[in-house]
Design a protein around this ligand. Sequence first.
Ligand code: NDP
Length: 459
Amino acid sequence: MESTLMPEVSKSDFLDTLKSTTPGETEFHQAVQEVHESVAPVIEQHAEYRKHRILERIVEPERIISFRVTWIDDNGIPQVNRGYRVQMNSAIGPYKGGLRFHPSVNQSILKFLGFEQIFKNALTSLPLGGGKGGSNFDPKGKSDAEVMRFCQNFMLELSKHIGHRIDIPAGDIGVGGREIGYMYGMYRKIENQFSGVLTGKGVKWGGSLIRPEATGYGLVYFSQYILENNNDSMAGKTCLVSGSGNVAQYAMEKVIELGGKPVTASDSSGYIYDPAGIDTKKLEFIKELKNERRGRIAEYADEFSTAEYFPTDRSMGYNPLWSHKADLALPCATQNELNEIDAQNLINGGAILVAEGANMPCTPEAINLLRDNGVIYAPGKASNAGGVATSGLEMVQNYSGSHWTSEEVDRRLKIIMKSIHDSCLHAATKYSHDKDYMAGANIAGFLKVADSMIAQGVL
Ligand code: NDP
């Protein structure tokens, strides 16, 4: 018998209602609109998704926790920040997604990231729900002791809402191995148990080999599968990379290993262009600069005479990093870092593929222009899913008390990225979007979560 649960809602009503009920959440609206564009025709074809009002339910977080974090700085002065955890959807598994520490963090940004995470996690084929969290705390310029005190006080509250079968946070911008260590130590002390409640842990204390590398490696594996599908390969390809943090570093490492040539890297202060190529030795310099000394990318150009440094000038309205001639672009810094002008510059420079390492780095206008001009576009929810997938592998190792070799984790990562690639193409083809990775990723992720929600009833 056909269900008659709810009245149906029209497409335009859906986006209008979303915007009026979540005013000012522009990043969240952007992320929803992109998914909506791809899945609306699917919902049109399947009455059950309309009757169960699946999209209306998916955009509403299951829970948002917001809390005060007070900590003492090195001068003995109390400081106050805001912490969050957005528990977006747990239909297919416990909430899973990173923590971001950056001054720009607000509810809109975390809701967009949590929303993206639902579909990304579904694509990995692992049983992981979607969540995201963080704080407007800025680790830049803080001493180690200040970062530790902040992380401990953040976990003092967050620990009440997470658990290794409930919600398993990880890293993101501003949260790397150091921050995970401080938070994990505090969780262990509060709960008096050693569990896999966070991923991205150190290898000596429950972490998985290859987790730090996984997002960047996975991005390049995904790009390689796309190129192979077009009878091409990474060998000899010039790559523009933005960012110089976790994702960018390991993306560059894998590009170099597969015979490609990264020529740019950036941070929020500026970027370097090294037409001779960033090789293994130069990449080691970047890793030491960013991970040990926490310095600025400008120092790269002081160290290597082949490179030039360009400071950030936001008044330009575009990012000149994307105007250099290259075959591939791998944006690995942050959201909306590649706009329509940048997309035009990439097209003019002969780019054939833009694969997102960051979450939502391309604006909607940039995506449309790239696709209209035949540039293959790989959306972050598919191309950067290697990080969360390997977090899933870390959870499996923690649950079973085992520890896999690097080769074993890397082998599984490659299989997962290939399966995501194939699911995107399969879903795209089934719904008449030939070779459209964006439509494919959105549809494949949506179908899994939507069907699971329907099976579990109206909750
Ligand atoms: P990191 O903090 O390690 O590095 C972030 C890099 O991006 C830094 O070079 C940083 O420069 C730069 N950056 C950050 N914000 C801005 C900004 N507003 N303008 C210009 N540059 C900026 O973070 P990750 O490498 O972990 O994350 C990068 C992206 O990848 C994010 O979008 C994240 O959500 C996404 N991602 C990360 C995953 C992971 O496993 N870590 C998994 C999947 C996606 P500066 O130091 O000056 O701030």
